[in-house]
Design a protein around this ligand. Structure first.
Ligand SMILES: C[S@@+](CC[C@H](N)C(=O)[O-])C[C@H]1O[C@@H](n2cnc3c(N)ncnc32)[C@H](O)[C@@H]1O
Length: 395
């Protein structure tokens, strides 16, 4: 592909990504993969170059641009080579006309910038869109961090989690023998700290309420040394996600994890037998994902105040419902990969106000104190953005 043809491909993709953002369609990565599936003439260098253009344009535009072309013209403002590809050549973008819309540069839609700046300060906002490193979690059930580092000469030990290994450059981790043998999982170092905040121990009963495909469940299993005399119960309302957990657990050597599919709004129907019996319950709650823009920068084009309010209502409901599972003196660990106070600090404070006698305990050693929990941010902690609170039921 010529540079101009690559630019036109990026414009077409950006149009698709914008339409998906408006209509709650597929993620950018999925759309890019689909696009190239039907364009076999594009070689690996073309794909990489188009992807760079697409993500560069997405990262640069805080507000959703009016079109893919406006997004790429915005990126071209600081890139003369890209600007010169708007030359009207065949397969390339038509030449620029006077007064054409150009997407303004920005971090996020204005309402989100204001809300995030209130939580973390304006200085930290640009790092929300940095390129994320690739973090791995060493599976203690199968290997030590020293063994994994010996297999990955370009990796370094993570600074915050004892199991973290960080790669500066993305590599095809899933093709590595140490992956197929279950020594490692792909997991952001901040996510590893959420699992650690649960403080799960052998012999305990631990519930992972929103386990998804089990990223944190497997970290909990490694802490508990499964199989043990304890119980680890992974739940989710999404059958597909939850069905991906058993094969991962098998690879990780984490036998004995129970899975339970929950009916949203009727979660306790499947959990009643555990009432008052859990040493710890982790709610890795569904959230707006404002802390993960390093990986999904177009997610900020999808958010609306109404969406945040909806997800916040679900978070509060889940906390109230499953508090009943926690035994006296046990812990409810609440976490979101969002930096909005409406989903983090304010949720923990409102829960404590609604549940007299419960108290907040230290949730992690990393990050900064924020209300009744802790906040991890890309700028200060070099992790995705998270809020974590550890709430203790009265004895
Ligand atoms: C942040 S994700 C969890 C990620 C997962 N813990 C991990 O480490 O990979 C939130 C999860 O909450 C689930 N969820 C949403 N509503 C739920 C509900 N009412 N009960 C249980 N899970 C729910 C979603 O399906 C999603 O998998």
């Amino acid at each position: 592909m010529t540079p101009a043809a690559r630019a036109q491909a990026a414009i077409d993709l950006l149009d698709e990504i914008l339409a998906a953002a408006r209509g709650n369609g597929a993620a950018a990565d999925t759309l890019i993969a689909r696009y190239f599936k039907t364009r076999r003439y594009a070689g690996s260098k073309d794909r990489r170059a188009v992807r760079e253009l697409v993500y560069g344009a997405i990262r640069r535009a805080g507000e959703p641009p009016v079109s893919g072309r406006a997004a790429l013209l915005g990126l071209a403002q600081a890139d003369t080579v890209l600007a010169s590809s708007f030359d009207g050549s065949s397969h390339g973008p038509v030449a620029v006309t006077a007064g054409e819309p150009v997407a303004p540069a920005g971090i996020a839609p204005a309402w989100l910038e204001t809300a995030l700046a209130a939580a973390i300060g304006r200085d930290e906002l640009p790092a929300l869109l940095d390129r994320a490193p690739l973090d791995l979690r060493v599976n203690r059930l199968k290997a030590t961090r020293a063994q994994v580092l010996a297999e990955l000469p370009d990796a370094e030990a993570g600074a915050l989690s004892p199991d973290a290994v960080r790669l500066r450059e993305g590599i095809a981790v899933e093709a590595l023998p140490i992956f197929t043998q279950g020594w490692i999982e792909i997991q952001d170092e901040g996510s590893q700290l959420i699992a650690a905040a649960v403080g799960a121990k052998p012999g305990q009963t631990v519930v992972d309420l929103c386990a998804g495909a089990g990223g944190k469940t497997l970290a909990l299993a490694a802490e508990m040394g499964v199989p043990t005399t304890g119980r680890l119960i992974a739940c989710d309302s999404d059958r597909n996600r939850l069905s991906r957990l058993p094969p991962r657990a098998e690879r990780a050597g984490a036998a004995g994890i129970e899975t339970r599919l929950l009916d949203p709004g009727r979660e306790m129907a499947a959990l009643a037998d555990l009432a008052g019996r859990a040493d710890a319950v982790l709610i890795d709650a569904p959230c707006s994902g404002t802390g993960t823009w390093r990986r999904n920068p177009e997610a900020r084009w999808r958010l609306t105040p109404e969406r945040v309010a909806r997800v916040a209502a679900t978070q509060a409901r889940l906390m109230d419902v499953v508090a009943a599972l926690v035994r006296p003196g046990g812990a409810l660990v609440y976490a979101v990969c969002s930096l909005l106070d409406a989903e983090g600090r304010d949720q923990a404070a409102a829960f404590l106000a609604r549940h007299p006698g419960w108290r907040a305990a230290p949730a992690a050693t990393a990050g900064r104190a924020h209300g009744d929990g802790r906040l991890l941010t890309p700028a200060r902690d070099r992790t995705d953005g998270f809020f974590i609170a550890r709430l203790i039921r009265p004895c």
